[in-house]
Design a protein around this ligand. Structure first.
Ligand SMILES: NC(=O)C1=CN([C@@H]2O[C@H](COP(=O)(O)OP(=O)(O)OC[C@H]3O[C@@H](n4cnc5c(N)ncnc54)[C@H](OP(=O)(O)O)[C@@H]3O)[C@@H](O)[C@H]2O)C=CC1
Ligand SMILES: CC(C)=CCC[C@@H](C)[C@H]1CC[C@H]2C3=C(CC[C@]12C)[C@@]1(C)CCC(=O)[C@@H](C)[C@@H]1CC3
Length: 330
């Protein structure tokens, strides 16, 4: 398929899964114009240098954005609108997790139980998290993973789905997005013991459905992906790299039961890159696209149906619109 002149923006494109998506998109779409939307200029420039080593002729720009800071999102959106008159791929990938430890008691208790697969696929119940509030008064994980991205989409609306050219919104969600941690009456997940990351990722899944309801008629399509368990700065923040390297053989064995044990960012980015090669209109908007890798190392994309009601999606969307208005007025 000819891909001349396509534009891709990747939040958190300087590291981990985002950087690998950047690398793979440049290979898949030779004429691509790429924008790394990152919070640190030196880290973004270092990533651009790495990408230019393998793709010396690539057009790569940098826009600074801190998705946890709404003022910064407004500034970045303004800049992006000056730079591009359309966007083909908007990867909503930047994300954090505020982990303070692993619940090893829960791990050992469930290792040989029927919860084993659920535990390794979702990490549900295994992580202890802490709550932090941004200087703008938002719960930090919610602001970074969900709200900052929502505001970015709303601000870029004028240049999305333009001139008969569809825009794909591609979210990096997670299998850790479990409904039990999500409360529609507390979308920021304030004053909770844990589950902030899970709540934020479930919100992502719900929001994606709402965006399809709102914007499919304008040529804007939203899809959620799950990269599985991948070794990045995010996972090295949970346990040190030496631990993960030590248990690498266990990952291979676990793949027999759990094909989301992707380990590296190339495997983990499979679904995110695969989506860029599909006609967005032909995709199921109610599916999560999951990167799988089997025991033999074969990568493929698994489609997982989301069970989310339209009224929940609409409720979340309206709450986000209202929250955004409180910033717009400031
Ligand atoms: N690793 C995994 O196993 C899984 C990861 N994910 C999701 O994948 C996505 C990418 O994470 P991953 O590659 O693993 O982790 P990394 O920590 O390697 O990458 C995260 C990226 O997000 C950026 N980022 C974080 N906070 C902000 C912010 N406030 N504003 C702008 N950019 C920000 C980071 O920038 P900087 O370098 O400056 O910190 C970095 O570029 C996240 O959404 C994560 O939740 C989902 C499932 C599994
Ligand atoms: C592998 C061994 C022997 C021990 C590690 C146990 C846990 C630390 C580990 C098991 C499943 C992992 C997991 C995640 C984090 C680390 C685990 C809990 C995630 C929650 C990381 C971020 C995500 O988005 C999820 C998809 C991961 C799910 C699995």
């Amino acid at each position: 398929m000819a891909t001349g002149g396509k534009v891709a923006i990747i939040t958190g494109g300087n590291a981990g899964i985002g950087l690998t998506v950047a690398q793979r998109l440049l290979t898949e779409h030779p004429e691509l114009t790429l924008c790394l939307a990152c919070r640190s200029k030196p880290r973004a420039e270092a990533a651009r240098d790495v990408l230019l080593l393998s793709h010396p002729k690539a057009s790569i720009s940098i826009v600074l954005v801190d998705t946890s800071n709404i003022k910064s999102v407004y500034q970045a959106a303004k800049q992006l609108k000056q730079m591009y008159n359309h966007v083909d791929y908007l990867y909503l990938n930047a994300g954090i997790m505020k982990v303070v430890g692993v619940n090893w008691d829960y791990f050992w208790k469930n290792l040989f139980s029927s919860k084993f697969i659920h535990m390794f696929t979702t990490g549900d119940g295994l992580l202890k998290e802490k709550e932090e509030i941004t200087e703008e008064g938002l719960e930090t994980v919610f602001a970074t993973n969900v709200f900052g991205h929502f505001v970015l989409i709303k601000e870029l609306e004028d240049i999305l789905g333009q001139n008969g050219c569809p825009t794909q919104l591609i979210w990096t969600s997670s299998s850790n997005a479990v409904e039990t941690h999500f409360d529609i009456d507390n979308i920021q997940h304030r004053n909770k013991e844990g589950g902030h990351y899970s709540s934020s990722k479930y919100s992502t899944d719900v929001l994606s459905i709402a965006l399809n309801i709102q914007f499919n008629n304008k040529g804007i399509y939203s899809h959620v992906t799950c990269p599985g368990l991948v070794m990045t700065n995010l996972t090295f923040g949970i346990l040190p790299s030496w631990f993960w390297n030590l248990i690498l053989p266990i990952f291979w064995l676990l793949r027999i039961f759990v094909p989301t044990m992707n380990y590296d960012t190339y495997n983990g980015s499979e679904a995110l890159v695969w989506l860029s090669k599909q006609q967005p209109e032909s995709l199921d908007a109610r599916c999560k696209y999951v990167s799988h890798c089997n025991f033999w190392g074969t990568r493929y994309v698994h489609q997982h149906k989301l069970k989310i009601e339209d009224k929940t999606a609409d409720n979340l969307y309206q709450q986000l619109v209202q929250l955004e208005q409180t910033f717009n007025h400031k």
